[in-house]
Design a protein around this ligand. Structure first.
Ligand code: C5P
Length: 236
């Protein structure tokens, strides 16, 4: 199914950095190849909306990944505060009432529900006394998010194929837990459910989120070009 997503928007570079200055330096290194950036908790705590506004002024797309989770009214008010800031994607987490409240307040933003963190493994599930498989949990949460009006989900590349097949083309799938190369497990950091960029897109993801493999690389552009090479083969 053609998704018509430009190659320079397929990778969302996660700006997980401690200051606006460092984030801007990374953006300047990458922006010839990438036009979509993610601001998460660390950078938002350091720079509030400064980096969001700066990215927008440069014409980039922005995913603000704060994973709102609170009582429905608080989530609604937070999403309302955000929806005039020019953010493209925002993330939320939670039960039906929370998701419904966020959807009602989202304005033009695309709202993505976090299904299960990519750092969360089967062992974590057992330790929490949860039964069933992660794949089933992701599928249940994704279906519910879509029914409640979310635009998409954040899910690992391992579940993307089933989600795309079962939930159709309308759902946006954004996939973190990306590592380069054949031996993805060698550089997993704290991530558990990891795949390559090419495999995630082949499985049906619209975008991949990539942080440390780019931000900690000696040559970020080389990493980006390799990942975009895998993706371009699929988009042809
Ligand atoms: O450095 P790395 O590529 O592992 O970074 C992944 C990014 O995606 C981080 O910013 C992390 O917060 C985010 N993320 C994730 N898993 C999710 C949702 C977001 O890893 N389910």
């Amino acid at each position: 199914m053609p998704r018509n997503i430009p190659l320079d928007e397929r990778i969302i570079v996660a700006l997980d950095l401690p200051s606006a200055a460092e984030a801007k330096a990374l953006v300047k290194r990458c922006e010839s190849h990438v036009r979509f950036f993610k601001i998460g908790l660390q950078l938002f705590m350091a720079s509030w909306f400064e980096t969001v506004d700066w990215l927008r002024d440069r014409g980039h797309r922005v995913m603000l990944d704060l994973k709102f989770f609170d009582i429905p009214e608080t989530v609604k008010l937070a999403v309302e505060q955000l929806n005039s800031r020019g953010v493209d994607f925002a993330t939320i987490h939670g039960n039906d009432a929370i998701v419904r409240a966020a959807v009602a307040a989202r304005g033009d933003m695309k709202l993505l529900a976090v299904t299960v963190l990519t750092s969360f493994g089967e062992d974590d599930m057992r330790a929490m006394g949860m039964t069933g498989s992660i794949a089933d949990l992701v599928a249940r949460r994704a279906r519910r998010a879509l029914e409640l009006g979310c635009d998409g989900v954040v899910s690992s590349g391992l579940e993307a194929e089933t989600l795309r097949r079962d939930l159709g083309g309308k759902l946006l799938i954004v996939t973190p837990g990306i590592r380069p190369g054949a031996n993805v497990r060698d550089n997993s950091d704290d991530q558990q459910r990891i795949v390559t960029a090419g495999r995630a897109i082949a499985a049906g993801a619209d975008h991949v989120v990539v942080g440390r493999p780019i931000s900690r690389a000696a040559d970020p552009i080389a990493v980006i070009e390799a990942m975009q090479g895998e993706i371009a083969l699929l988009d042809d």
